[in-house]
Design a binder for this molecule. Structure first.
Ligand SMILES: C[S@@+](CC[C@H](N)C(=O)[O-])C[C@H]1O[C@@H](n2cnc3c(N)ncnc32)[C@H](O)[C@@H]1O
Length: 179
């Protein structure tokens, strides 16, 4: 079976055409940003991370791409940088993989950022949220986001959850298509 991060790319792929405008709101090691850059060759990718260490990793990984802006800032400030509508976006919450850093995304700011990202999405854009309920803050974050998803009306968005049925604390994702 595919990993949840691979599932995220499978869900996003149909929305990331050559001219797509994309955002990776938690760039980390840059794998999701690279996925967007490869596909949206004539489009543009905004990639945020609050940690300089993560942005440095991304710079190395993405050195051959000109269709990307790496932003060292909290994603909650996205509106200072993005002045156009998005075709596809992802939040892959949690810790920076393979790092000594214990910095983790926070439920309250994550929720505000997700709401702002949804507002920036075009009609028929795809917003993917990968949640990590295996640690306490991640569980609270997943719950906040889940509650917000339930407030969206069926004429505002179509929302699918992909989760392990027999492993409740495993990472899962929400795929939100704006209508
Ligand atoms: C699980 S990692 C992302 C993995 C990444 N997408 C990849 O493909 O490698 C989560 C990242 O979110 C970042 N992050 C956490 N809170 C943030 C915030 N408020 N604004 C921007 N980035 C944040 C962390 O620094 C960390 O690098």
């Amino acid at each position: 079976m595919k990993k949840i991060t691979e599932m995220a790319h499978i869900v996003l792929a149909p929305y990331v055409h050559a001219e797509a405008i994309c955002a990776d709101f938690t760039a980390g090691n840059g794998n999701d940003t690279l996925f967007f850059c490869e596909r949206a060759q004539k489009g543009f990718v905004y990639a945020f991370d609050i940690q300089k260490e993560a942005i440095k990793q991304c710079e190395a990984l993405l050195k051959d791409y000109r269709n990307v802006k790496l932003i060292t800032d909290n994603h909650i400030h996205m509106e200072n940088y993005i002045h156009e509508q998005l075709d596809a976006a992802v939040f892959n919450f949690g810790y920076l993989p393979n790092s000594a850093s214990t910095l983790v995304s926070e439920p309250q700011t994550s929720l505000i950022a997700v709401q702002r990202a949804f507002a920036l999405c075009k009609r028929h854009a795809m917003l993917v949220l990968v949640c990590y309920p295996g640690h306490e803050i991640g569980e609270q974050e997943a719950q906040c986001i889940g509650e917000w998803c339930h407030t969206l009306k069926s004429n505002e968005a179509r929302i699918m959850k992909i989760a392990m049925v027999n492993k409740p604390h495993a990472p899962f994702l929400y795929a939100i298509e704006k209508l």
